[in-house]
Design a protein around this ligand. Structure first.
Ligand code: ADP
Ligand code: GN1
Ligand code: MG
Length: 364
């Protein structure tokens, strides 16, 4: 099959039948994802095969342990509610040796999930109702995990949403300027430097005992939720690599950053990029419904700040990667990370201008 060469990996998993197709799938920035189609007893059966990014996820045993624990915990809750765990949560398919993933000779981990059939994911919200659905799914995800023993989860990427630490790494990248790109992005650097104090917001509240740590998803982009193709209901939260203790407002905020934007994350025409308050409100409603009253009043109050800080942090991460020579996020052309940076900074500016309206939506 054109572009696919990992046949020896497939053999490590108990997948039966004739392989009809293996194609790259989805638009994630981190892992290499393939959709496999087999013909088994006259029926077509599909799977997701993923090469886990071993540069980013250093301890893949711990990573897969987290995912198995979280998915089996969620599956029990789904069953109790009369739902269908085959459709509403990911489930890890073990290797023929009974392991949760296969490590190849180069140290890369590979895992297989059943493909959730008749599902789609979106890189942009097509309507407020879809986005509200995804808010419900992520709120519900948090609700399901509210009594999960958070301390037993491994930190798969240390300091993942520690914005103060992200800022320090960004500053270092500017100082080192290994690619000689800093001169070209002075405006973007200044924009972020002027907002350094915002980076402390959540850490300070935690230290003051004003916010709880919860089990959060930490990567709540719209394309990390699968929708039923027919009913357009959000069915399953995916991409569980970063499930760790965190703040509810970070999960809310990262979703707003990506899904309430009126343009794609890498749109070049910045006049198209803004934060749509109707989408913001729809997500808020869905998220609150999904959380089922679990959030404290203080947490709810911090949700708009979660949106601003997650957007700023993501812009900072894209710019750091651009300055460091594009070693973290997958890029499809040389200035991809710079285009992504610019949309995020435009969104931060737009959120600052719409601040009162955002605060009013969560106050009501
Ligand atoms: P990344 O970390 O690179 O973002 P994801 O786990 O999010 O990887 O997978 C990339 C894309 O593959 C998703 O956005 C989704 O479209 C699709 N996908 C992942 N897992 C499944 C699954 N079990 N069933 C159907 N589609 C899936
Ligand atoms: C990455 O894996 P993916 O594409 O869903 C990244 C997120 C960023 C996002 C920006 C593990 O998410 O943190 O917010 O790109 N995931 C990781 O689009 O770094
Ligand atoms: Mg993803």
């Amino acid at each position: 099959m054109a572009g696919f060469e990992h046949y020896q990996v497939i053999e490590k998993f108990p997948l039966k039948g004739e392989l009809l197709e293996a194609v790259p799938y989805g638009s994630g920035h981190i892992n290499d994802t393939y959709r496999l189609t087999f013909r088994e007893d006259g029926k077509e059966v599909q799977y997701i095969l993923q090469r886990i990014n071993s540069e980013i996820f250093r301890d893949q045993d711990q990573l897969m342990e987290n995912i198995e624990r979280v998915t089996s915990f969620i599956a029990k809750k789904i069953r109790k509610q009369g739902g269908n765990p085959d459709r509403e949560t990911l489930q890890v398919i073990h290797t023929v040796d009974g392991k949760p993933y296969y490590k190849d000779e180069t140290g890369h981990g590979w895992r297989v999930y059943p493909f959730i059939t008749d599902s789609v994911s979106f890189d942009m919200a097509e309507c407020a109702e879809d986005f509200k659905q995804s808010g419900y799914a992520f709120g519900n995800f948090q609700y399901f995990l509210a009594d999960f023993p958070a301390k037993e989860l491994h930190e798969t990427i240390p300091d993942f949403h520690n914005t103060v630490d992200r800022f320090a790494k960004f500053r270092k990248a500017v100082e080192k300027d290994v690619m000689g790109r800093a001169a070209q992005v002075q405006e973007e650097i200044r924009f972020l430097m002027e907002r350094e104090k915002d980076c402390h917001f959540f850490g300070d509240l935690l230290a003051a005992g004003q916010l709880p740590l919860r089990v959060t998803h930490n990567d709540t982009k719209l394309n990390n939720v699968l929708f039923d193709r027919e009913t357009r209901k959000a069915i399953c939260v995916i991409d569980l690599d970063t499930v760790m203790p965190g703040f509810a407002a970070h999960d809310f905020g990262d979703a707003i950053r990506f899904g309430a934007s009126t343009a794609l994350e890498d749109e070049k025409d910045l006049t198209k990029v803004s934060c749509d308050l109707k989408l913001f409100e729809a997500y808020f409603d869905g998220f609150m419904e999904g959380c089922r009253g679990a959030l404290t009043a203080r947490e709810v109050e911090t949700l708009p700040m979660g949106a601003k800080i997650m957007t700023m942090e993501c812009g900072m991460r894209f710019l750091t990667d651009y300055l460091e020579g594009d070693t973290y996020f997958k890029i499809h052309y040389p200035e991809h990370n710079l285009d992504r940076t610019r949309t995020q900074l435009k969104l931060v500016k737009d959120m600052e201008e719409k601040w009162d309206a955002m605060a009013e939506i969560v106050r009501k």
